[in-house]
Design a binder for this molecule. Structure first.
Ligand SMILES: Cc1cc2nc3c(=O)[nH]c(=O)nc-3n(C[C@H](O)[C@H](O)[C@H](O)COP(=O)(O)OP(=O)(O)OC[C@H]3O[C@@H](n4cnc5c(N)ncnc54)[C@H](O)[C@@H]3O)c2cc1C
Length: 508
């Protein structure tokens, strides 16, 4: 605000305009302003209120929850749920495994603080009425760290938190995006300028600090192309996550970390994500179909990875081949998915091994009408190659190989587990087009273990905190799904709690 006043003073005309618009400002004077009402922001707002702070929570979209409505489960180490189930996964083990996975290229203090906070995350959630399905894993034999919310949705958490925030006096302003951080002469962040749906300027002065929790930039194509240089993954899920928070922080001098990383979601059906994600979407079943681990080939028809790999490993392999695959099946496999053994590979906790894909035949007919040749059916492999643009020799070789491996029970090329070896023998044959997508971006402002934002000299920008997908430093190279499922949301929830704790300790 002070900066804007100074600029406006430079011209009489602009001065008049600015003074007029300031006269119409709605001003809130509170302790804490939280920008973004998703997983991290709602946790931060609730924690701050419980610490006795007054709070304004700004949300850009008409609805609350952001990506928090899409997550299914959250990571924890040594939680009371794990202890109750006698599951021996503790913070020390988690720390070592996560640090090794990322080759120690991440921030060890931040990682330790985060992991140590995750058991308390679960306490916080349970103590505020959030219910869980249980502790699960999407993969076979992996760590049980994924505390899956009731009904497989983080909306359970948002629905529990929002009434509590209101009850405790929190002010929630929807359709009111934060636009700019207010920085005083000393460099301290003292508030936020936002704008509501009527175009009115809102000024939130925040005595204790501002917590930025706008969920990263998965839905901002320009930013994705600029930063995700390996492969410009397409974002799926909540729309509002367009990098606003990160850009606001960069504008006040914040450094960034890991901006090139996305939370890879493996091969996804190549239609608009709104058709595969959310409630009652048309092609929910195809999210599972394209993940089935029988035979994926590149655009030329060549097999190039073990289809049972976890999402991040598969995605890395696919990125190197241009980010797309065809998933090849025959009628026998389709019939088995629909009427027989069902899916082999889980699709989240929504469709799990053994679940049958009802009406798959009918859906395939529908999907064949979609633009972009996303499902192709053919009587022979030659015809399939012709219709999809694959090289028939390569495609037939890939199929012959997989049939040999299935017959002998051993994948000579990539050592895929036996139960995922299936013959593809008799037409009609199907090819499902897949493209790599992501759930969220993983980089953001550089922070210390108190979630305070650092500038390019490594100094704290006072009064400014970044949490969840607006903060970097926890990942390097890939998301760590197969060793620590659910760290994305857990980082947001932990950041929400710990940033407030730090503010409280500093205000003493
Ligand atoms: C399909 C899907 C499945 C997922 N599954 C899992 C899972 O099982 N486990 C897991 O850990 N993670 C999962 N994730 C990721 C998880 O959703 C995120 O890690 C988590 O939501 C991050 O929390 P956040 O607070 O940083 O951002 P979000 O929860 O996305 O919240 C950000 C909020 O900020 C708002 N916002 C944006 N700009 C502004 C602005 N200028 N002003 C005000 N508000 C703004 C957004 O509208 C949004 O409401 C999944 C994501 C998706 C999309």
């Amino acid at each position: 605000m002070k900066k804007i006043l100074a600029l406006a003073a430079a011209s009489c005309f602009f001065c008049l305009m600015a003074v007029q618009s300031f006269a119409e400002d709605k001003v809130y004077n509170v302790d804490v302003c939280v920008i973004g009402a998703g997983a991290g922001g709602t946790t931060a707002a609730l924690s701050a209120l419980e610490q006795g702070f007054s709070v304004v929570l700004l949300e850009k979209m008409p609805g609350l929850g952001g990506g928090g409505n899409f997550m299914e489960g959250t990571y924890a180490a040594g939680s009371r749920m794990q202890i109750k189930e006698n599951y021996p996964y503790n913070p020390e083990y988690g720390f070592k495994q996560i640090m090794d996975f990322h080759h120690w290229r991440i921030e060890p203090k931040l990682v330790r603080t985060f992991i140590n906070a995750t058991a308390d995350n679960i306490d916080f959630l349970l103590d505020h009425g959030v219910e869980f399905e249980g502790i699960k894993t999407m993969f076979v034999g992996y760590n049980l760290t994924w505390h899956v919310f009731k009904d497989n949705t983080g909306a359970t958490m948002i629905k529990a938190f929002v009434p509590l925030i209101k009850e405790k006096g929190g002010i929630i302003l929807t359709e009111t995006p934060g636009k700019q951080l207010i920085q005083d002469k000393s460099g301290r962040i003292t508030g936020v300028i936002a704008e509501n749906a009527d175009g009115e300027r809102i000024t939130v002065n925040a005595k204790r600090g501002v917590i930025v929790a706008t969920g990263g930039f998965a839905m901002n194509r320009e930013m994705v192309k600029k930063y995700l240089t390996r492969f410009p993954l397409e974002g799926q899920g909540a729309k509002g996550r367009e990098g606003d928070g990160i850009n606001m922080m960069i504008a006040v001098g914040a450094d960034t970390a890991n901006m090139d990383l996305g939370m890879q979601s493996g091969p996804c059906f190549d239609v608009d994500s709104s058709l595969t994600f959310g409630n009652n979407v048309k092609y929910a079943a195809f999210g599972a179909v394209v993940l089935q681990p029988f035979l994926h080939v590149d655009m030329q028809g060549e097999r190039f990875f073990d289809e049972t790999l976890s999402f991040e490993y598969m995605s890395n392999a696919i990125e190197k081949r241009g980010g797309r695959t065809w998933n090849i099946m025959d009628q026998a496999i389709i019939d088995d998915l629909q009427h027989g053994n069902g899916v082999v590979r889980n699709h989240g906790n929504i469709l799990v091994a053994g679940d049958r894909l009802k009406d798959l035949d009918k859906l395939i007919v529908e999907a064949m009408k979609e633009p972009g040749n996303v499902v192709v059916k053919a009587k022979t492999l030659d015809e399939l190659a012709k219709k999809t643009g694959m090289d028939p020799v390569k495609l037939k070789q890939s199929v012959a190989n997989i049939n040999k491996y299935a017959a002998q029970g051993y994948d000579e090329e990539f050592y895929k587990e036996r139960k995922a070896l299936r013959k593809i023998e008799k037409g009609p044959f199907y090819a499902f087009k897949t493209v790599l997508k992501m759930y969220a971006t993983l980089g953001g402002a550089k922070i210390n273990e108190n979630f305070q934002v650092l500038d390019k000299q490594g100094k704290v920008i006072p009064g400014l905190y970044a949490i969840g997908q607006d903060a970097g430093g926890l990942y390097s190279d890939s998301y760590d799904m197969h060793i620590a499922e659910g760290t994305g949301s857990a980082f947001a929830i932990a950041g929400g709690r710990l940033s407030v704790k730090h503010m409280k300790e500093n205000s003493k």
